[in-house]
Design a protein around this ligand. Structure first.
Ligand code: ZN
Length: 739
């Protein structure tokens, strides 16, 4: 998933998009004794690379997940008994094949239907799926707690490590070390009261994170305003008004139209962003911005207490495990070190702040000159930023959409992948794909190399607000795995929320949406182009959290900096005319627009996250901690009553706790990786691009979690990771040729 772009002033809430990179290891049981329900009647119990989504219904969830949990419990008991027996013989080592492989099979087998159900809940949400997930969740958590705290398994892993840890192949060493670390962090070493306290904190945390996202969802859904006066929505793009009129129709205004209203405005991203950016009515902007900045911070859906409780429970777990604080615990499984990240953020801040200061002065002067509004307020920022962008570069973001149709952009993405990595994409026929679709709009592509299929990519492109989660993500559906019947090919779903085609036009994407597609597709390439045969390290599995965004952010650079890629897919949807050179130049010129402010926004989020997880102690005021960071980092001050923590899903209900910095860390690596192509005019040298592309495919995209990311980077780039020069240069924050 993508980092979150703040609505300039940071007074707006942090958008929700859950993390799309869950560990997904659906199953191909190898000669396992199957539970009775694996008789083919439940489509969730599948071992296919392409699950039969068309046949899956919510009522399949409970029997499938419970059958696999029961089967898992049986396997666990059998395995523990077997291991306990061999552990009794004092020096008998347990072989990798008798320990780690059956464990991986079990992960695969038990998590398969659960992952598929969660995927369907994200893209075809319904009260039935929701209640199925709610009812199953505690059982699933309890099962994994038993697995991760199994003493015989832990002891056997330790013995394996001692006996032959150093002589295992590299990928297996990594798998073994990760197993040991995950179990330590899962509390396997705790005894008695400590263990009970740890487990209770774990359950508590899972409930707290669910209520955090429910509060946020409820607060967002609970707010709307109906506008009847066209003067109030003046300036708001027609596309947004069409959505607002559709919402009004749903609310009972049967004759609502985009042109005449009434319009129901909400705090959903597709409405909030355009209203705050384009509405000429200052009071309207203020109203929406205040509502969004204080989202989920009062009343029944107040997240303030939830935030403190989450931090408290995390600190408790960290101290039970012997860490000074939760951030230290988080860094135990990361590529970067805590000191390295602090240094990086400080360095970026030192470069970003003067730039942002300058940008802000320009914005103030521009706004005063244009409207004499007095002091510029948080609800004015996006509005004047857009006006300034138009004024300076002449770029009309809405008009640009006409040049980016989804089919052309997909074609551009496929040709780039072929050009760099030598892989092909073949669309499946309607009959062939019918079974694999969870919605009629889903598209299925087979990924080929040298004429051979190596994996599958499903694309679910359009927004369906009633049933699909907001945002964009890659769902790694099935992971590559060697089985008794050959290699099971990987498949993944690229899930987007693009505008659907209209009566008279195909789906038209903004430049930002084009970047998002490239981003998620980058995750997809890493998932599918893997050569690892053990699921634990195949594709993005087993990759350190802070290195997972490298492949995805790398792909974004091609949209922004490779003229051939951008122009190759930009054709006017009506006339077929290529993007005029003047418009292209506007895009290039505006690339670095307000780069300082953008960078500072990300540094602020990264530092807030780290500070909370390093410093928070029971009873402290999280709001004061957040405001303290804002004071030292940001130039544009947020609203005093803003409560951004209440909607910071990444760290309170996603997986980014003490890890939000990962976006900047990965960006340092991806910018450096892209510069390998760019150096010495390499972008126009096809042979060179292909050579470097092949090297990237055989390192970053192939090795997955099977090799330490620092080594993978060095294999590809020839030097160590961590130098932000390329990132700063591409952001326009370094003088040309500067170091
Ligand atoms: Zn991502």
């Amino acid at each position: 998933m993508r980092q979150f772009t703040l609505l300039v002033a940071l007074a707006a809430p942090l958008a929700v998009h859950g993390h799309g990179l869950r560990r997904a290891t659906p199953a191909a049981p190898q000669g396992a004794v199957l539970a009775a329900s694996d008789d083919g009647s439940n489509p969730l119990l599948t071992d296919a690379s392409l699950p039969p989504f068309a046949a899956i219904r919510p009522e399949h969830a409970k029997p499938a997940v419970e059958a696999r949990l029961a089967d898992g419990a049986l396997r666990l008991a059998q395995m523990e008994a077997r291991l306990a027996a061999s552990l009794k013989e004092s020096d008998k080592a347990v072989a990798y094949d008798d320990l780690v492989l059956p464990l991986e099979d079990m992960y695969d087998h038990v998590s398969a239907p659960w992952e598929l159900v969660n995927h369907l809940k994200s893209v075809r949400d319904s009260p039935e799926y929701r209640s199925a997930v709610e009812a199953l969740q505690p059982k699933v958590i309890a099962f994994w707690q038993n697995v991760s705290q199994s003493k015989p398994i832990y002891e056997a892993l330790e013995r394996l490590d001692k006996a032959e840890g150093a002589s295992l192949p590299e990928a297996r060493q990594r798998i073994l070390q990760k197993e040991l670390l995950d179990r330590k962090l899962g509390g396997v070493g705790l005894k008695g009261e400590d263990a009970a306290e740890f487990n209770q904190a774990q359950r508590h945390l899972s409930d707290l994170s669910t209520s955090f996202s429910n509060h946020l969802l409820d607060a967002r859904n609970g707010w709307n305003m109906t506008v009847t006066d066209p003067a109030v929505v003046k300036g708001v793009p027609a596309r947004t008004l069409a959505g607002a009129a559709a919402a009004a129709k749903k609310a009972g205004h049967a004759d609502a139209t985009a042109e005449k209203g009434p319009w129901v405005l909400t705090l959903d991203g597709p409405t909030l962003g355009p209203v705050i950016t384009y509405a000429e009515d200052r009071a309207l902007r203020e109203k929406l911005l205040r509502a969004s900045a204080t989202l989920a911070s009062s009343g029944k859906s107040d997240n303030m207490a939830t935030v403190s409780q989450i931090l408290e429970q995390r600190q408790l777990q960290a101290s039970l495990l012997g860490y000074s604080d939760y951030a230290a615990l988080s860094f135990a499984s990361k590529m970067a070190t805590k000191e390295g990240v602090h240094k990086l953020l400080d360095k970026l801040q030192a470069t970003g702040r003067p730039a942002a200061q300058k940008e802000d002065k320009e914005l103030e002067a521009f706004a005063q000159n244009l409207s004499k509004i007095g002091e510029i307020q948080p609800w004015d920022r996006s509005y004047y930023v857009e006006k300034l962008r138009r004024d300076r570069y002449g770029l009309d973001a809405e008009a640009l959409r006409a040049y980016f149709t989804l089919p052309n952009v997909l074609q551009g993405l496929f040709s780039l992948s072929t050009r760099l990595f030598g892989v092909g994409f073949k669309e499946a026929s309607a009959e062939e794909s019918a079974n694999s679709k969870w919605h009629a709009d889903v598209m299925l592509y087979h990924v080929t190399r040298g004429g051979e299929t190596i994996g599958h990519v499903l694309i679910d492109p359009y927004s369906r607000p009633a049933e699909k989660r907001a945002g964009a993500w890659l769902q790694p559906m099935i992971s590559r795995k060697a089985t008794a019947n050959g290699v099971r090919l990987p498949s993944g779903a690229v899930v987007m929320n693009f505008p659907p085609p209209a009566a008279d036009s195909p789906s038209l994407l903004s430049l930002g949406e084009v970047g998002t597609l490239f981003h998620e597709f980058g995750h997809g390439l890493q998932h599918v182009l893997t050569v690892q045969n053990e699921t634990a390290v195949a594709g993005i599995n087993g990759v350190e959290w802070d290195a997972v965004e490298v492949a995805s952010q790398f792909m974004e650079y091609w949209v922004d900096f490779d003229k051939q890629t951008l122009l190759g897919m930009a054709k006017h949807y009506k006339t077929g005319e290529a993007l005029p050179e003047a418009m292209y130049q506007q895009i290039v010129a505006s690339r670095e627009f307000r780069a300082g402010a953008m960078l500072l926004g990300q540094i602020y989020l990264g530092k807030v996250d780290l500070t909370l997880h390093e410093k928070f102690a029971k009873g402290e005021d999280t709001n004061a901690i957040e405001k303290g960071v804002a004071d030292t980092v940001l130039i544009a001050k947020p609203l005093p009553e803003a409560r951004p923590l209440c909607s910071f899903s990444h760290i309170f209900s996603g997986g980014y706790a003490a890890g939000y910095y990962s976006y900047q860390w990965s960006k340092v690596l991806s910018a450096d990786a892209f510069s390998a192509f760019d150096e010495g005019g390499g972008l126009s040298d096809e042979a060179k691009a292909r050579d470097i592309g092949q090297r990237l495919a055989s390192t970053l995209l192939a090795l997955g979690g099977g090799r330490a990311p620092a080594k993978v980077f060095r294999d590809f780039r020839g030097h160590d990771a961590g130098d932000p020069t390329a990132l700063l240069r591409y952001s326009g924050l370094l003088p040309a040729g500067g170091k």
